[in-house]
Design a protein around this ligand. Structure first.
Ligand SMILES: [Zn+2]
Length: 640
């Protein structure tokens, strides 16, 4: 039996390879998976003890009082995301400590659960608000959704246990309470939709799918009150199938879209699937940062209008990026289009890799592309405000992002490769061992070796084959013009934005070599992106680069840096130990601002001292103390 990952559609263009079919062996993502297991999971557990969120559940389990409950109304969801992460980690690596944690928490949750299946530490006890009395803001179904996802992870990785039984009782309770004969209502924060569909996939119980469809169909009917940030904050401004772009609160909108894709796939609803594809395309075209980040506004943690993508004011919450990867992955599986995998890759390398500190003990919640002032180091012993920028914080008062990162990293192997009836596709170009079974019981296997993203060569060696033809496909990113695929000493061009593929009766030891031109390049924003007009960014392979003030000698800030784009950026040795590239630039002297920063004469362009400036990957920012930072650099006018 294959250990299926977080999403397992019953139909669609592609199926994901399971957690036990892909092993990340070494390199960029394998290292982060190990860091997640060795540092992020223990760190998150420690902080949730300190913050009292685990004790909230223990108190409920022992019939304790509501008084003294600590944390926000959604803190139960952090327990569930942590349990999901432990479940995937147990399935991935056989971690026995994770199994002990899961057994202990399964028993605690079983004691905490009400006899009718309800489970939440913030509502329903004497001294607390009644159950479901605050659906707009209470997050009860959001929390429930995360427990369901933890249970799906446990069921797939281990089998039914007490945690799974608790989640099924809760799901049955939700279906009874919110089904066709129950409350005509939805939660202010989507999440349970995608969770219910996955529980249906894992258990075969159709009522979970029916309930998910009901929740998706109820959106846009005005069942929730007008939020301070508009009806779109709750994803309740327009029915999902009529929306034209993702709007409002980014995490809510993206979780709901993921749930809508799941419902569409399982019910064969082509109209609903096409609607989400349209919304995704519009959002990718005009509402997505170069890093893959989504959410332009702090107000309402929301998407902005088309082309409203300020680099300094960006919210780009880590959870929105995780939700974006979840959504893109679902759309890839449903349609087979490489563009979804490409945005997932961009988001992984730039936002998600950077949201975790290199020691696993700090996190970014917001991920702006420009830091105008040096951040102040967070208090190592206190909960940080969520939207603090500049330096990674150990934990937040609203700490949705760290546990979300933990569950994604633990299950990342299942986001690496896909298969259809006759082919295996490598979606995430990273060193890995893959084995799977094609229809007809055909065992196939291959090994991927690469130093990507530092080097552009991706070598695939066949390790298992049955002698009949099958196809190996490797995703070629759209920036990789000039890519080639070599098979049996014959090279051919590989079209960017598509899959380079070869079909043969492979024998073990046969090799394919994908060669991606990975030299650093300039990237120019569309002129409609007003906030970055006249600037340019540097990318190298899938990595977005940035400049930090610690690399600009004598400059107190980066306001007077301008780059010359006549020649391409200069590649460094490019490895994870020294990932720098260099650009030719001028650095102007720091001057006091004028009394009024507007004038009838155009200010002089150019000037300043020529310099070769070091740039580092965006994900590696903020590792050398407080610094200012920017991704988009003004072009030197004197260069024209
Ligand atoms: Zn978050």
């Amino acid at each position: 039996m294959t250990i299926v990952g977080p999403t397992d559609p019953s139909r669609g263009a592609l199926r994901p390879l399971g957690l036990d079919e892909v092993r990340l062996t070494d390199g960029f993502w394998a290292e982060r998976q190990r860091l997640n297991a060795s540092a992020v999971l223990p760190h998150a557990t420690t902080w949730m003890e300190r913050a009292g969120w685990l004790d909230n559940m223990r108190v409920l389990a022992s019939n304790g009082p509501a008084e003294g409950r600590r944390g926000r109304e959604f803190s139960d969801s952090e327990i569930y995301k942590l349990l999901e992460a432990y479940s995937w980690e147990s399935a991935r690596s056989g971690d026995r400590q994770a199994d002990r944690v899961l057994a202990e928490w399964g028993a605690t949750l079983a004691r905490a659960q009400a006899s009718d299946g309800y489970l939440n530490t913030h509502f329903g006890r004497p001294g607390q608000a009644a159950r479901y009395s605050d659906l707009p803001w209470g997050h009860e179904l959001y929390c429930a959704g995360h427990l369901l996802q933890a249970a799906v992870a446990r069921l797939r990785g281990h089998g039914a246990d007490e945690l799974v039984a608790v989640a099924r009782r809760l799901a049955d309770h939700v279906c009874a309470e919110f089904g066709p004969a129950g409350r005509n209502a939805v939660c202010g924060h989507p999440e349970i939709e995608t969770a219910l569909v996955e529980l249906y996939r894992a258990t075969g119980q159709e009522r979970y799918l029916a309930q998910a469809k009901l929740f998706v169909d109820r959106r846009g009917a005005g069942l929730l009150p007008l939020a301070p940030f508009g009806r779109e904050y709750f994803c309740d401004h327009v029915p999902v199938r009529q929306a034209t772009a993702f709007e409002g609160h980014a995490v809510r909108a993206l979780y709901l879209a993921a749930g809508a894709v799941d419902v569409a796939v399982e019910t064969g609803d082509a109209e609903l699937l096409a609607a989400v594809q349209r919304q995704w395309q519009r959002t990718a075209s005009a509402r997505t940062y170069l890093t893959g980040g989504m959410g332009a506004r702090h107000e309402g943690e929301s998407f902005g209008d088309d082309f409203e993508l300020p680099p300094d004011g960006a919210y780009a919450e880590t959870c929105a990026s995780i939700a974006s990867v979840m959504l893109a992955w679902r759309l890839l599986l449903a349609t087979g289009h490489a563009r979804y995998a490409e945005l997932a890759e961009r988001t992984l390398y730039n936002v998600i890799a950077g949201a975790v500190a290199s020691d696993g003990h700090g996190f970014f919640y917001v991920n702006p592309l420009q830091q105008r002032v040096r951040g102040t180091p967070p208090d190592p012993d206190a909960l940080s405000p969520r939207a603090a920028t500049g330096l990674r914080a150990p934990w937040f008062e609203v700490s949705c992002c760290p546990t979300n990162l933990a569950r994604l990293l633990a299950s990342l192997g299942s986001y690496t490769a896909t298969a259809d009836t006759t082919s295996v596709r490598i979606e995430l170009l990273t060193s890995a061992e893959l084995r799977t079974t094609l229809p007809g019981g055909r065992r196939v296997g291959l090994r991927v070796d690469t130093a990507y993203p530092w080097r552009g060569q991706v070598r695939v060696r066949i390790t298992e084959s049955d002698g009949a033809p099958w196809r190996v496909a490797l995703r070629v990113p759209s920036w990789a013009s000039g890519a080639t695929l070599t098979v049996a000493a014959r090279s051919s061009g590989a079209a960017p934005g598509q899959y380079a593929q070869a079909e043969r009766a492979w024998r073990p030891g046969d090799e394919l070599l994908l060669d991606l031109p990975i030299a650093p390049r300039w990237t120019f924003p569309d002129p409609r992106l007003d906030a970055v007009r006249g600037t340019v960014a540097v990318e190298r392979g899938p990595l977005v680069y940035c400049i930090e003030s610690v690399d600009v000698p004598g400059a107190g800030d980066l306001d007077r840096v301008a780059v010359a784009t006549a020649a391409p950026p200069i590649d460094g040795p490019a490895s994870d130990r020294d990932p720098a590239v260099h650009v030719r630039a001028t650095v102007g002297a720091i001057t006091a601002p004028p009394p009024w920063p507007y004038a009838s004469d155009r200010p002089p362009g150019g000037g300043g001292d020529p310099a070769s400036l070091r740039m580092i990957p965006f994900y590696a920012r903020a590792n050398r103390g407080p610094a200012t930072m920017r991704v988009f650099l003004p072009e030197d006018c004197a260069d024209e």
